[in-house]
Design a protein around this ligand. Structure first.
Ligand SMILES: NC(=O)c1ccc[n+]([C@@H]2O[C@H](COP(=O)([O-])OP(=O)(O)OC[C@H]3O[C@@H](n4cnc5c(N)ncnc54)[C@H](OP(=O)(O)O)[C@@H]3O)[C@@H](O)[C@H]2O)c1
Length: 175
């Protein structure tokens, strides 16, 4: 079982603008079934985690519909609205505790920390982040939500080009 942080980023290391816009990303060309793309990756995933801003972006973007089929943990200190029937738990519990619940729920599949970058960092702080996958878009933003605001050593496992994107898959190295 592997815990992944799979995300797209600007070349200068931001995953959203300061206003939480992803317009710079959604206009890029990608083959969704191509190398290191979402469709193949998502099939390997049995449980999801995300922070409140990411959850709110998904709900805005999908106009209140919840598209994920896997059980999801949303980290927040607020009582956010959850769509009827969606398999979502709002949590402010300890990362290790949530990770254990996710492992239990995922069966023989992997875990995906969707974002943001600091939440992925919290999993890394707890020694519970195994891989980082980044699709680099050909754009710089200058500022915004950081990709992974921690000091980590990573080993490059694989690279690919998917149309406009330079894709990298890395293993998080631990002491
Ligand atoms: N480029 C991509 O592929 C990609 C991927 C993922 C996300 N994104 C975007 O990146 C941006 C990320 O936003 P962000 O940096 O603000 O990160 P975020 O993780 O989405 O949201 C941060 C919020 O999550 C809650 N939170 C985080 N850790 C917590 C913990 N341990 N316990 C309880 N609550 C916790 C807090 O919200 P409360 O105030 O509710 O407590 C915190 O303010 C979003 O705009 C998202 O849409 C882009």
């Amino acid at each position: 079982m592997t815990t992944h942080f799979f995300t797209a980023s600007s070349l200068d290391g931001f995953i959203a603008t300061s206003e939480h816009s992803l317009d710079w990303l959604l206009k890029q060309d990608i083959d969704p079934e191509g190398p290191m793309a979402y469709q193949g990756f998502e099939k390997t995933i049995g449980a999801l985690a995300m922070g409140a801003s990411t959850y709110e972006w998904v709900m805005r973007h999908e106009e209140g519909r919840w598209g994920y089929t896997q059980p999801a943990w949303v980290f927040t200190h607020r009582d956010l609205e959850v769509p009827d029937g969606a398999d979502i738990r709002l949590t402010r519990a300890d990362i290790a505790e949530v990770h254990a619940e996710m492992v239990e729920a995922a069966g023989d599949k992997d875990l995906w920390v969707i974002g943001g970058g600091d939440l992925a960092g919290q999993f890394a702080d707890a020694g519970l982040l195994d891989e980082v996958w980044v699709q680099y878009a050909p754009v710089t933003l200058g500022s915004g939500a950081p990709l992974l605001p921690r000091e980590l050593d990573l080993e490059l496992l694989d690279v690919a080009r998917n149309r406009s994107f330079l894709c990298g898959r890395y293993r998080v190295l631990r002491a």
